[in-house]
Structures are given as C-alpha cells and as structure tokens.
Design a protein around this ligand. Structure first.
Ligand SMILES: Nc1nc2c(c(=O)[nH]1)N[C@H]1C(S)=C(S)[C@@H](COP(=O)(O)O)O[C@H]1N2
Ligand SMILES: [Mo]
Length: 401
C-alpha cells in the first residue's frame, strides 16, 4: 500500500509563514494525494479548467485560471516529472486544437538570418533532431516565501519541472538559413497565442535572450515522449536550457535574430529584477536560472531512527556539482548523494541523505553548488519576487516521533 501523508495539515503548517490570500486559497484547494495512484480518471480532473482537464487534479494547487503549481510532494521520486503533474503558467490563453490546426503544418518564420525562411513543423523534423532534459521553472517560483507579498501567483516550490524535450536545434536552423545577420545580439521568440484583438505591445509573448543561448536552444515538438500538449505550448515550443520559464516561448510562430531586445511589455517591463518599490527596463531580465535545491520528503513528520531525506538540485546553466543537507537549520552541513541518472547539466538531479534522528523537531535545509557558486542563505529581495534560491526559506520543519 502506498503510504499517504496528511498533506492538508502539512500545507497549512508550511504556509504559516506566508499568510496571503492566494496562499490561503491554495491551502484550501489541497487534497490528500498519493502519487503512486496515478490512474487517469474523470474524477481525477474534477475542478480543473477544461483546457487542462487531462492533468491530475490532486497533484496540483490551483492559483488562478492562468496558474497551477505542482504540490511539493508530487514531482515524483524519479528524475523526470510526470506530465500530468507539471505546473502551468499562462500569460495568454492556451491555444485550442481549432486554432492550431494540423500540427505538421504549423509554421515557424525565421528572421534575422542571411536567408530568411518559413518552416513547417514537418520540415523541421526533417532538418535535425536533438533531445535535451531541462528544468522548466517560472521566474517567480518561490515568490510565496517573500515577506512583502509581491503581486502574482504565490508559488512555493512547484512552478518547476524536469522534462525531456525533443526538437530541432536552433543552431541547425541558423546553419540552414546561412547564418545570422551581422549585428545580431539577441535571439527573439514570439508566441502565436496572442488573441488578435489585443495590442501586441501589451499582449504579445515575445522574449529576447542573449544570442549565445541559441547554441543550446531547441524548437521542440515532443515532451516526455509525447507531442507537446497545447497547454504546454504545442505544437512547437522554444526551449532555452538553463533559462527561466518565460523565455521558453510556447506556440512559437516566429524566431528572429535581432540587434535589440523586443520592445513588448513582456520583455521591457515584466520579468525585470528590480528593488522593492522600483521598476523599469534598466533592471536585469529573468534569464539564466541560479543554482537551487529543495527537499521533497519528509515535509512534516517522520518516524525516529533511519530517516531518508530526499529532494532535487539544479544548477541552471551549469552542472549541479554538490549538495549538502543540514538537519539543524544550517548550523552543520553534511554531503548528500545524487541518485538516479544524470540527465545532463540542464536537468535537475535527485538527491538523498540518510540520517539517524531521535524524536524531536528539526529544521531540514539543503544547499546545492554549481559552477563554484552555492545557494545563498537568504532570498534576494526584489519587487516581483523573482529568482528565489535562498536555502533558509526552502527548508522544512519536521517533527520526528
Ligand atoms: N507563448 C507563451 N509562452 C509562454 C507563456 C505564455 O503565456 N505564452 N508563459 C511563460 C511562463 S511565465 C512560463 S513560467 C512558462 C510556463 O510553461 P508551462 O505552462 O508549460 O509550465 O511558459 C512561458 N512561455
Ligand atoms: Mo513564469
């Protein structure tokens, strides 16, 4: 029998430090779960919006009609996140089958290259293929831990997933188009999901990343072995390994190599890391992800004796090189072990730490290192609650009995 945890009370306890309206709503939407029982039934999806009714309801916390996050204990214990548990974050509504039409005829326009071209998805499949495992993570993952209650979904750890993508390397497209134009400094991707009646300056999801990111990037049509579902940006999605979620433009219709960053709202003013009380396009954009880790078990209680602490660690654009765990709130640290397959530097790794604990209360925290950098103790305060990788807030208070 799979062991069930009392998620209701664990969530309530966990949310105690971030008593926000959205946080309270999230706690109320929680149901006990057992990810071992992952059968897909109609009842499973009850309460999910119709465009994502194939998801597993009990694996998700619904923040709004545009955002749902994976429960902290529902990313699974293998290295890859089950698709039915993966978070969703939409700025624009997910495109429907009717809007998308025949997937193989989906078009990608390529500009800012010597010979601009428009490819169909079928042509891209014939051009080149590569598979890459990456962490997809929202810039605001961990926002729920900020004390100043930034506007936006109060994500804790679950706006993140580790996924296997297959697609055409952007470098192969660039080569096929004769190289990028001189002076190009950015790779700019635009989604086709903006409703036509809206003003592109305000509603077009167009993102620019430094041009060096194109070397690792894919335009992907497959995730975890299936065609990318519409809600995750099918039939074609930009994947920028190591870069935050927003740069992974769903429903990509245009790829351009540009001298300047896009001037739409989602580039210029949104996703800027500014001090509390300040905003503007002069502040850095949410691009590369920093090193980060969090514990996924135990979250609230454990039996005394041998206790297995497990979690995930990611390095962003660098390989996660080590992971340490502390059971005394960071006073003393011990090395934990990475387990499972190493899926490359852009993926996260599972870790385990076995320890003997006597009855009592413990603050268990984890700290990962990558590329010579370790997670900081504290969050970097910023207006919108982006980039949280501080280890203290991500710790868990566990009662051992
Ligand atoms: N076209 C388009 N791409 C998009 C978005 C969007 O609304 N439209 N949302 C972005 C944001 S903020 C994130 S965090 C990720 C979420 O991806 P997911 O919903 O597949 O988890 O997609 C990004 N790409
Ligand atoms: Mo996001």
């Amino acid at each position: 029998m799979p062991k069930k945890q009392n998620i209701n009370s664990s969530r309530r306890n966990f949310l105690a430090g971030s008593a926000t309206v959205a946080g309270a709503a999230a706690a109320a939407s929680v149901m006990p779960i057992s990810i071992a029982n992952a059968n897909h039934t109609a009842a499973d999806a009850k309460g999910l919006p119709s465009w994502t009714s194939w998801k597993k309801r009990s694996a998700l916390i619904i923040h709004s009609d545009k955002g749902m996050e994976t429960h902290r204990d529902a990313i699974g214990e293998s290295v890859i996140t089950p698709l039915r548990h993966v978070y969703i974050r939409n700025n624009m509504p997910t495109m429907s089958d009717a809007q998308i039409g025949n997937r193989n005829n989906w078009k990608l326009k390529v500009e800012g290259v010597k010979n601009p071209k428009t490819y169909t998805l079928a042509q891209l499949k014939q051009l080149a293929q590569r598979t890459e495992a990456t962490v997809l993570q929202c810039s605001g993952n961990g926002r729920g831990f900020f004390a100043h209650k930034p506007r936006g979904s109060q994500w804790e750890t679950g706006a993140a997933a580790n996924l296997i993508w297959t697609g055409c390397p952007v470098s192969a497209i660039v080569k096929d188009c004769g190289g990028v134009v001189s002076g190009a400094k950015f790779m700019t991707s635009a989604g086709a999901d903006m409703p036509k009646e809206l003003d592109p300056k305000k509603a077009l999801v167009e993102r620019s990343v430094p041009i060096k990111a194109h070397k690792d990037a894919l335009v992907a049509w497959e995730v975890n072995g299936v065609a990318i579902p519409n809600s995750h940006g099918g039939p074609l999605r930009m994947i920028t390994p190591g870069y935050f979620g927003i740069n992974n433009v769903k429903h990509i219709g245009k790829l351009a190599f540009t001298a300047k960053e896009s001037s739409v709202k989602y580039m210029k003013s949104s996703y800027r890391i500014s001090p509390i009380g300040k905003k503007g396009s002069q502040y850095p954009s949410c691009w590369e992800m920093p090193v980060k880790s969090w514990i996924t078990s135990p979250l609230k209680s454990a039996k005394s004796g041998n206790v297995v602490v497990s979690g995930v660690a990611m390095g962003g654009t660098r390989k996660a090189s080590s992971i340490k765990v502390s059971v005394d709130g960071g006073k003393s640290w011990k090395s934990a072990k990475f387990t499972g397959p190493d899926m490359g530097k852009f993926a996260w790794r599972r870790f385990v730490f076995e320890t003997k604990l006597k009855p009592g209360t413990y603050k268990i925290v984890s700290k990962a290192s990558a590329g010579g950098k370790s997670q900081p103790k504290l969050r970097m305060e910023n207006r919108r609650g982006y980039l949280h990788n501080g280890w203290l807030d991500h710790g868990v208070d566990v009662t051992v009995s």
